[in-house]
Ligand binder design. Sequence first.
Ligand code: DI6
Ligand code: FE
Length: 406
Amino acid sequence: MAQFDSIWLNARLATMTAGAAPYGAVEDAALCVRDGRIAWVGPASALPSRDGQVHDLGGAWVTPGLIDCHTHLVFGGDRAGEFEQRLKGATYEDIARAGGGIRSTVSKTRAASEEQLARSAARRLKALMDEGVTTVEIKSGYGLDVDSELKMLRVARRLGETHPVTVRTTFLGAHAVPPEYQGRQADYAALVAGPMLDAVAKSGLADAVDVFADRIAFTNEETSRIFTVAKERGLPVKLHADQLTDQHGAALAARFGALSAEHLEHASEDGVAAMGRAGTVAVLLPGAYYFLRDTKMPPIDAFRRHDVPIAVASDCNPGSSPAVSLLMMLNMACTLFRLTPEEALAGVTRNAARALGLPDRGTLEAGKIADFVAWDISHPAELSYWIGANPARTIVRGGTVTRTSA
Ligand code: DI6
Ligand code: FE
């Protein structure tokens, strides 16, 4: 038997390991794969053997497979009509309070079959995968009753079985109050923390639990209750925090040792410091900031000062970020939030893996899953620089080539 399943020569590696050279770069490098994992990586001059199927990358830059760590990819319908209303002056909050927004997607999602949901989500998933996404998180949260939430999670899981991509699912029953609980938010929150989380935990369909905490969504007390139950069930937690106003969501996420807190445009310095101490990742969603024409930047310098790992994600959803391009998010993270291209790339590799609690990926190192992408670029900053280009050349997932372009 050959020593390696495949050997990738003539590569320039952006390994994205922390604390090394910029981008963790290794020029004139090689990478060897065995049993779906990276078995060896380093300068070609130190290659241990050529025993395996050899591929010549022709000097291409190689990064870890991209990780979109926050999406709402599965949903019924679209909200282009609300986009038109917003362009005429209505705000996202106005529309939500009038019963539109998330709730309009809920009725479309409830009405859709699993096949219909899978078909529409697959189109969006393929767009992400074409750009080198090999791991994607998908949230529920447009079902908002036990059966419809389970339906969404099943669809998400199935997408991971029918496509060469790792899907991590997140239960987001506390996304909005469904119409049948209008005026009874506390009762709905109790349903989520009780029978719904019970059913979800029993089904094994969720890898984590998320809550949308905001003045138009759930209170910190309701969030705490849901998180307490989630943790009792052994499920890690994440929080949509401080998106529209400062609700001390960052500190709340930190208190529960959340994997990540997301959005965070309005997070306070104290909250960020607490995240730093807890090791909670800040997931930035520049697509939502852009699409809602937000003007309050997330506190990027505070994240840096308090050593909070920064991830970047698409937030792909029909209301606030109809984005199916993670590369576009890199550009927006740099242009709108002033991340460096290296920070942005770490945000969709190393730090995104951390936001999902997946220590087995996100960098090019021996022992990690062999998910990587070879790009037609001459510098890794180009991944953040181009707008609407797709320089992905070869995509490898778990050691298997899933896409090559000429
Ligand atoms: N924050 C968001 O940006 C999305 N969900 C959330 O909690 C928006 C979801 C939607 O508008 O459909
Ligand atoms: Fe979101």
